[in-house]
Design a protein around this ligand. Sequence first.
Ligand code: DLL
Length: 431
Amino acid sequence: MWQEKIETMPREELEALQSERLMNQVKRMYERVPLFKERMDEKGLTPDDIRGIEDLHKLPFSYKQDLRDYYPYGLFAEPLSNISRVHASSGTTGKKIVVGYTKKDLDDWSDCVARMMHAIGLDNNDFIQVSYGYGLFTGGLGAHGGAERIGATVIPTSSGNTSNQLQTMVDFGSTCLCCTPSYALYLGEAAEEAGLTDKLQLKAGIFGAEPWSEDMRHEIEKKLHLKAYDIYGLSEIMGPGVSYECEYQAGMHVCEDMFIPEIIDPDTLEVLPAGEKGELVFTTITKEGFPLIRYRTRDICSLNYEKCKCGRTHVRMNKPQGRTDDMLIIRGVNVFPSQIEEVLLKVSGDITPNYQIIVDRVNNTDTFDINVEMSEHLFSDDIKSIEKTEKLIKEKLRDVLGISAGVHLVNPKSITRSEGKAKRVIDKRKI
Ligand code: DLL
């Protein structure tokens, strides 16, 4: 194990470590981050009121809006001379957010990613192709840091230029691919078309940055002949590696010596018991440059504290199902794009996993349509078979969602492919 002592630390010891780190972090931030002090003062709290993780729930929440309001450096807890790197995320709406890392933060980050790479059997003999975008997005440099930390050979292709990616993969003998699941699928498709699939030497894929279903995992594994692992993270907390799947792929271990997760009810703000689904909240307890207390991620998932077969004691989070702000309300019904993906991927054979959801409002009523690419073989079939498949998908969707959607099978390759995070939803009501 990469950092065995930390990764398998008995929970009692781990919680004692978290308590100590939390108390230090709260003190530090109270002195250095004016917004945090203001929020503590509003609640009548001082750092002395926080005596361990049992007091975590007393602390004030922080929000993405805070990062926008204090853009660019207003929430940093170190002088800028100690900041080694910044990353930023633009999100889909609104102003950019900026985060900063000290040298130690970058080291810790590389450790998080290295823990995962080691867990899934990668080492200095591997060639790790990083096809996440490099730049202000944390994916590229985050994966890069972990790959270097385990001593592997990094192939820093960044995203895009798909045919070149594939040729590099073949020529350089890449054994691991890091990119978004939607780009992995696209690469798989392109490899098939170019007749390169059999020349690939990939054994593992490290995919994250967007929600993806188990069926999507199988689809990618089938296309690229590798084992696909999930990695989770967000710029505000660190980047990729906040949590990751181990060799057993039974949830993602949170690097709990650095980040404390909680699940809350987003409406009542109550902390929910283990196993219950709600909004994921993180507190960073080791970060120097840009620490956050009780950051509301908007991601929806649950936590599992049972010991994993791998021996790691760090809690596992399940695959985030989506975000509270991704949830569509269509004709009064809550719909997550991930529910649609699950239905579509179960209708194998006749369709491909490429789809787009289009929501609009006509005469004060929501319209809800899904375009799904049909497979080549259905494309060459008769119109009756196409209509039959559309009807089948429509029925399955109505069973799962409780409302009906217009389902339209569109021609193969007609939906734009993504080289990063896929844009699955076009909500014209917001335009
Ligand atoms: O996406 C960091 C990252 C890069 C993670 C590469 C994994 C791999 P942001 O751009 O700030 O950071 O977006 C963070 O993406 O709050 C989730 O909603 C979503 N997300 C990230 N990883 C996963 C995942 C990066 N494995 C936001 N499953 C998060 C589902 C994910 N959603």
